[in-house]
Design a protein around this ligand. Structure first.
Ligand code: PLP
Length: 384
């Protein structure tokens, strides 16, 4: 037999190209910020998750450098073997204090935090009910767990209630999982109703606060704070890579849950601990989230200003993620290309990531009104 077992790859890539689904990376030069250098050209950045503008902040950089000088570049082992540092515990205490939970556990990324938490707390005899728009790591966490996973239509509490009514008693444990801010539309999950349903049907509730931590709530604790959810058993997952401006992820919740995860979450146990540099940067960022609430206020002022003026229909959003709708992937790609030529970096988000094509604007606290004015002017011009 003379056939090449890899000969399917090129046609698969060609199919993606034909559908305008093919993607490539583009290098950003220099420090992150509201204005960046992209392929040698200065552009206003509406593509970043650095919502509070902390990733390029000198105070984070200084603490990162100091931690590297004191502790080295790598943590050299997993937390349970040789990789644990006091710095990790300090970060976990800072997260628990921000989130107002009993404890927290730091993972090497938000993706790993979700995989680890979900697959540790449910298994073959259990049920997961998941919002159909959930992030990839919640979906893959559900698959990894081996539990029976059923999606409910996006934010549809009535369907979820029905599913619980019909299915709950057939399973040992039940876990409801949802993003709090949906990353591709910018809308919020109905957290109070989800929390009530979880209580009514004796379910655990896991909420991914990746895009909410540092941004929502009076102190930046996230959507749980925004919605005044007082459930001390709520499982809150998050990332250190967005408003916190570093790298890594976390689970925050009860002492017992965190103790259990330290013993059962494979993506925490069998991986190298977070680097000293990332850990120290995250500690500094949380201190700034506490001491500089004006950053959050500036972010929300900027969001309101952008939303007021966008010349295209926007997808219903209650967050710093604001999307303009386009009829298809090609039109969205072309608009993104034209915006970039006009000095505005706002990516086209297309299927299969989302069902419909759009240009996605991520607003930052460090955008100036002039930056937003320029984006609106460029968008209006390409519509003419
Ligand atoms: C909702 C959501 N959860 C989790 C993640 C993963 O976090 P991390 O980048 O830290 O792996 C992301 C994006 O990156 C996200 O948008």
């Amino acid at each position: 037999m003379n056939c090449d077992p890899y000969d399917w790859i090129e046609p698969a890539i060609n199919t993606m190209r034909r559908a305008s689904w093919y993607r490539t990376v583009q290098a950003i030069e220099g420090k992150p910020g509201a204005v960046i250098q992209l392929a040698g050209k200065e552009v206003i950045n509406f593509a970043s998750n650095d919502y509070l503008g902390l990733a390029g902040d000198d105070r984070l950089i200084q603490s990162s450098v100091a931690a590297t000088q004191e502790f080295g570049t790598g943590s050299t082992g997993s937390r349970l073997l040789s990789g644990h540092r006091e710095l990790h515990r300090k970060l976990e205490c800072a997260i628990a204090s921000l989130k107002q939970t009993e404890d927290a556990l730091v993972f090497s990324s938000g993706y790993l935090a979700n995989l680890g938490a979900i697959s540790a707390i449910v298994g073959k005899r259990d049920l997961i009910l998941a919002d159909t728009y959930n992030h990839s790591c919640l979906k893959n966490g559900a698959i990894l767990s081996g539990a029976r996973a059923i999606d409910y239509p996006h934010k549809d509490i009535e369907v979820l209630r029905n599913q619980l009514f019909q299915q709950r008693s057939n399973f040992r444990r039940c876990l409801i999982i949802t993003d709090s801010v949906f990353s591709m539309d910018g809308d919020l999950c109905p957290l109070p109703q989800l929390s009530n349903l979880a209580e009514e049907f004796n379910c655990m509730l896991l909420v991914d606060e990746a895009h909410a931590t540092g941004v929502f709530g009076a102190t930046g604790a996230g959507c749980a704070e925004h919605f005044s959810i007082a459930n001390s058993k709520l499982i809150q997952v998050g990332t250190l890579s967005k408003a916190i401006g570093s790298l890594g992820g976390f689970v925050a919740g009860s002492k017992l849950l965190i103790d259990f995860l330290r013993n059962r979450a494979a993506s925490w146990i069998y991986t190298t601990a977070l680097s000293p540099a990332d850990t120290a940067a995250a500690i500094s960022a949380i201190a700034l989230i506490n001491s500089e609430p004006q950053r959050r206020q500036q972010l929300w002022d900027n969001v309101a200003y952008l939303k007021q003026q966008l010349p295209l229909p926007i997808i219903d959003s209650q967050s710093q993620i604001v999307c303009c709708q386009y009829p298809n992937a090609k039109a969205a790609l072309q608009a993104s290309f034209q915006l970039k030529n006009a000095g505005i970096f706002a990516p086209a988000i297309r299927p299969p990531t989302v069902p419909t094509s759009r240009i996605r604007f991520s607003v930052m606290a460090t955008h100036e009104l002039e930056h937003i004015d320029k984006a609106i002017a460029a968008l209006t011009k390409i519509l003419l």
